[in-house]
Design a protein around this ligand. Structure first.
Ligand SMILES: [Zn+2]
Length: 366
């Protein structure tokens, strides 16, 4: 008790000197809640102080409530893998209703979508306290992006993925508006007559495309030339339709990659005719969340995804886990250029990968 009082007196005196009424109030009320005897005596005093804070202090104080939010920007991030929307839920399909309820649950649990490009450059810029999530859709199914023709006009099918995401974002801007579609050259989105409009729509509205090989080739059975043809030819094909959309990541067809390191390098980068490609991230058909790109031991050529669905190790399962252990998630500090990490996890950060980002270590208990 004596210790607490001494501490409180110091805080009040110090706070008075600094004219820092707001800061003292916060600290005092937290301590006072543990020692009701001193509540009146202490909390009344700071209120008599003017409600002003020196400008310099505002600039140096991070606008982050570390005690409440407990940001952990070394925590887990899910890259969710979807394929088709269908009448029934199955291993690679989700009904419209289930997809909508996935989005709602993610949103309600504090997730915000980020583009794959943001994941790649380590800019997990979501509101404080929220968790970034990347949504991916493989194979370019028509249910991902479908146009309806009505009286000579075209409109986006309200039950396709793009329309559902647009609508969800409009009603919940904090969810963000991002997804990446992993496409093959064959017949992406099933309506060849509209492919130019669709790709332009994706670009104009912040969506992304990624490489899924020209003809969905199994890259594990190809030689160096074959891998470069499958990947470079796909890039070349989409560049010819829309040169603004860049393929900076790859979802491995069938989740399969060559086993030899020599051939794996062609999965990451290579050339084919006029097209060069560099996949900053190579995605597997995974079963678990990943970590930020600046994490120790992060291998961008083997990144796990969480498959959508209600089975073991699928999205619903992982969300159930996070309800029990929310501290495992990446929790944002809300600051784009700072990576806030509790002291205990300092070794999970690879300093060489931080680039321009500032590492801020803190003790969540003090
Ligand atoms: Zn596929």
């Amino acid at each position: 008790m004596k210790k607490i009082l001494l501490g409180l007196l110091f805080l009040v005196t110090f706070g008075g000197l600094m004219g820092c009424a707001a800061q003292v109030e916060t600290q005092v009320s937290e301590i006072a809640s543990e020692s009701p005897q001193v509540t009146t005596e202490i909390t009344t005093e700071p209120e008599t102080e003017p409600e002003t804070e020196p400008e310099t202090e505002l600039e140096t104080e991070p606008p982050v409530d570390y005690k409440t939010i407990k940001p952990n920007e070394s925590g887990e991030i899910m890259i969710v893998m979807y394929h088709n929307l269908s009448e029934r839920n199955s291993e690679y399909a989700r009904t419209v209703e289930s997809f909508k309820s996935d989005l709602q649950r993610l949103y309600d649990m504090g997730f915000t979508t980020i583009p794959m490009s943001a994941f790649i450059n380590g800019s997990y810029d979501v509101p404080a306290g929220r968790t970034p999530v990347v949504l991916t859709f493989d194979d370019g199914h028509r249910t991902n992006f479908n146009y309806l023709e009505k009286e000579g006009e075209i409109e986006v099918d309200p039950n396709c993925v793009v329309a559902i995401l647009d609508d969800f974002y409009e009603r919940n801007p904090e969810f963000g508006r991002s997804a990446v579609f992993y496409l093959n050259a064959g017949n992406p989105f099933g309506q060849p007559e509209y492919i130019e409009e669709k790709l332009q729509y994706l670009y104009d509205n912040g969506y992304e495309i990624g490489n899924h090989a020209y003809d969905h080739e199994d890259l594990s059975v190809l030689n160096a030339e074959g891998i470069q043809k499958a990947l470079g030819r796909n890039v070349q094909h989409f560049n010819q339709i829309n040169s603004q959309l860049q393929m900076a990541s790859l979802a491995l067809p069938y989740g399969k990659a060559p086993s030899s390191d020599l051939l794996r390098q062609y999965v990451v980068e290579g050339d084919y005719e006029t097209a060069a490609y560099h996949n900053e991230i190579v995605l597997k058909v995974g079963w678990k969340p990943t970590r930020p790109i600046y994490s120790s031991g992060f291998d961008p050529s083997r990144v796990h995804r969480v498959q959508s669905g209600d089975g073991d190790m699928q999205l619903t399962w992982w969300l159930n886990q996070y309800e029990k252990t929310p501290e495992k998630r990446f929790i944002s500090d809300g600051l784009a250029n700072r990576v806030s990490v509790p002291n205990a996890f300092s070794e999970s950060i690879n300093m060489d990968k931080l680039g321009e980002l500032e590492l801020f270590l803190y003790d969540p208990e003090s």
